[in-house]
Design a protein around this ligand. Structure first.
Ligand SMILES: [Zn+2]
Length: 279
């Protein structure tokens, strides 16, 4: 029996894979402690032998280094569970998980995943291998320096692009300007100028992130995913149209920009962690 978990900034999704069925659950990641959640599952299903976790934060060798949008009680999560229970646990950053699943789905060895959800994230699989960096932090697009602002990112900086192009960024700006919480589409079509400005800044930042990634990574496929993209699919065509003149043309000419077809790329990738290790 295997347990796959996707810990996002908003939702904690789990799948228990049994020979004949998959049991799915979706709870709040802000109101549920990850350790307690897993231990409850292990009490109900003691034959779980593998746990794969996709985590919205910075992860290195089984340890959570930081999590801009989440609270963490036990950073050394792999060691905690493997020493206490007879099982294997693998955890990786959610985008590293997602790009594994996207590359698997598109059967491609050169895939860049750009997901817009609570945060803004990306990961790159080049020539069939994940580009990891020295401490597994490569392609952390959400926290690149973009524009200094009055708001603070979950990571503590005040210039991250995630402050503009993410659901948490949109929420911070709406709160700052006392605008009732609405969708990106509603912001964009609002009669209120400030609301339209927030949507405009979101799209500019997303375009900047996409153009930067295409220029520096030169992927064959760029896959767009995450909750904000899925709820606003028009962003795909808008990006394709507006990337011209923004991204380096030698890289842009050949990249295929597509929508994720996976229901949840991160959790599909968490399941793949058992066999698809990049070490
Ligand atoms: Zn940040």
């Amino acid at each position: 029996m295997k347990l796959s978990i996707d810990v996002g900034g908003t939702n904690l999704r789990s799948e228990i894979h049994m020979p004949a069925e998959i049991i799915c659950e979706d709870v709040s990641s802000q109101e549920n402690d990850l350790i307690d959640f897993i231990e409850a599952k292990l009490r109900t299903y003691p034959s779980i032998s593998f746990i794969g976790i996709s985590f919205a934060g910075q992860v290195y060798k089984g340890e959570i280094l930081s999590a801009p949008n989440l609270r963490v009680r036990e950073p050394k999560i792999k060691e905690y569970f493997e020493s206490k229970y007879n099982l294997k646990l693998e955890i990786d950053n959610d985008l590293n998980c997602a790009v594994r699943a996207e590359a698997h789905y598109f059967k491609s060895d050169s895939v860049l995943a750009l997901y817009v959800g609570t945060g803004l994230g990306s990961a790159f699989m080049d020539d069939g291998r994940l580009v990891l960096g020295a401490k597994n932090q490569a392609f952390e697009i959400g926290h690149i320096p973009y524009k200094k602002t009055i708001l603070a990112c979950g990571c503590g900086k005040t210039n991250c692009i995630e402050l503009y192009a993410s659901a948490s960024g949109l929420n911070k700006w709406m709160k700052y300007f006392n605008i009732p919480k609405v969708s990106l589409f509603e912001l964009e079509n609002s009669p209120d100028m400030q609301s339209r400005e927030i949507a405009f800044e979101f799209k500019e930042a997303l375009l900047f992130a996409a153009a930067t990634l295409i220029t520096i990574a030169n992927p064959k496929i760029m896959v767009l995913g995450g909750g904000v993209i899925k709820r606003n699919p028009y962003l795909l065509e808008w990006l394709k149209e507006n990337l011209k003149g923004q991204a380096f043309s030698a890289s842009l000419d050949d990249v295929e920009i597509v929508m994720s077809e996976l229901q949840n790329g991160a959790i599909s990738g968490a399941k793949l962690l058992e066999e698809n290790k990049n070490e």
